[in-house]
Design a protein around this ligand. Sequence first.
Ligand code: URA
Length: 230
Amino acid sequence: MRLDRFLANFPQYNRQQVRVLLVQRRVWVDAQPVIDPRHEVREFSRVEVDEQLLQAGRPARYLMLHKPAGCVSATRDPQHPTVLDLLPPDLRDDLHIAGRLDYNTTGLMILTNDGQWSRRLTQPRTKQAKIYLVETEDEIGAHYIDKFRQGFYFAFEDLTTLPAQLDILGPRSARLAIVEGRYHQVKRMFGHFDNKVIGLHRESMGPIHLDPALAPGAFRTLTAEEIAAV
Ligand code: URA
């Protein structure tokens, strides 16, 4: 919500008073004076007027986890361990997964309670590359590269995948950059060539790279720079 609307919703301020408060630099958001009436106030913002607290702001949380194989990208599952089980209980509250991975896929998983931020990372229109290391059962042909660039028709969703970049690393291994996260997307792309994916590992999502210091199953909070880069 815009800051001027947010303030005018309080019974003690009318629109005229809000304008004055802003011009007089008496409104502070996240410990900074703000004069722009359009400044966005979020559920995470701390808002003060003349040192009087109007909204404390919910703490925003951003975590990266090295997802191991054999756990589900869900917040709950009746049969299998989930990625949330890898976190201490006091950190799990209201987190969601930004870009799921299959049961046996490993690598970078991001968990947050900030939906606006995670959408910037996952929505295809923001064109943030998700980079995967892929191992396949059969050889990867040089002709794959053009097909990945042109896109694959996915009948179920009735769409053609956006251009993807395939770099062949070895006879049965490649690095793939895609900007979407369709259901089983990588496996279905290689499935077009009848080539089964036998190993899949996500290295990065947009500007965020899996920290090499994180062993499978370990996590850390994102740095301020990583959060701001998205
Ligand atoms: N594509 C897949 O097929 N599986 C994943 O886990 C991620 C991307």
